[in-house]
Design a protein around this ligand. Structure first.
Ligand SMILES: Cc1cc2nc3c(=O)[nH]c(=O)nc-3n(C[C@H](O)[C@H](O)[C@H](O)COP(=O)(O)O)c2cc1C
Length: 261
């Protein structure tokens, strides 16, 4: 194994940070990197032979984001090895790693290792921090540990050790908030710079007279909130504030990364 390919869906870039840290410590030559939340390309790369792929996905309501799955399913592999990684906001990753295992296998990958890491929750605010600033230095050290374990495993790739990936079938039912709930723009602050439009993985934002958000398309990823340079975008509705408050109160005990290898 000589080369490496990174594929991840990362609207608020915590998954990107973790996948990159693992990848950079593998001692392999990086031949491609795709954030499929950004790339609105129709055809996905075909996984090269003799290339290790790392796939990283955030956890949404204990599952994988539908937008991410639709894009991921277009990738094809011919039994090349893959490491699957989910990133969650310190609540739980439920069935998401099992779901990623199934999707990667259906794409034709051979899953050799999996992990669940923790990233700052998309709904975290300064007032109600949830896994604030994660992945932090401790997490990145764990990424490097995981990279070392994968390197060892690659030396004997044909050993058929069973991966005990946690999760249940049928998968946890998807929960979706009503389309009326989405980030709003404070027009007094907004400069119409378009950063929100570019950061949205679902193409849900357009600029007409003002910034318009299509609630049917919005996945509530909060990239537009995080990257707005004028702090004009907020997700501040009673339902989301209740969820945020519950996460802040109930998910404050630090969880640690887990490996399945
Ligand atoms: C719609 C939505 C649902 C989420 N559901 C969960 C969840 O079930 N469990 C959890 O721990 N974190 C959850 N999170 C937090 C994300 O998994 C976490 O913030 C992740 O680091 C985001 O990845 P990214 O920075 O690569 O976009 C959710 C975030 C969003 C936007």
């Amino acid at each position: 194994m000589e080369t490496l390919s990174l594929i991840y869906y990362s609207p608020t870039k915590t998954t990107q940070k973790i996948v990159r840290e693992i990848g950079q410590n593998m001692g392999l030559k990086l031949i491609s990197e795709n954030n499929i939340a950004e790339n609105k390309i129709e055809s996905m790369p075909k996984a090269a032979n003799n290339c290790l792929t790392i796939i990283g996905m955030p956890v949404y309501a204990g599952r994988l984001p539908i937008t991410a799955i639709d894009r991921l399913k277009k990738i094809q592999s011919n039994q090349s090895p893959v490491v699957i990684v989910v990133v969650y906001g310190n609540r739980d990753y439920d069935d998401s790693l099992l779901e990623l295992n199934e999707i990667a296998s259906n794409c034709g990958f051979k899953v050799i290792a999996g992990a669940a890491f923790i990233g700052e929750h998309s709904y975290s605010t300064n007032e109600k921090p949830i896994a604030k600033n994660r992945p932090d230095q401790q997490d990145l050290e764990k990424c490097r540990d995981f990279a070392r374990m994968i390197t060892e495993k690659l030396k004997d790739i044909n050993s058929r050790s069973e991966l005990n990936i946690p999760g249940n079938y049928p998968y946890k039912e998807r929960k979706q908030l009503p389309a009326t709930i989405h980030p709003e723009t404070d027009n007094d602050r907004c400069n119409q710079c378009g950063i929100c439009v570019d950061s949205c993985p679902a193409n849900a934002i357009t600029i007409q007279e003002t910034v318009i958000t299509n609630g049917e398309l919005c996945t509530l990823c909060c990239a537009c909130v995080k990257y707005c340079p004028d702090e004009a975008r907020t997700l501040d509705t009673p339902i989301v504030n209740t969820i945020r408050e519950n996460l802040f109160l109930n998910c404050s005990i630090r969880k640690e990364p887990e490996y399945f290898i």
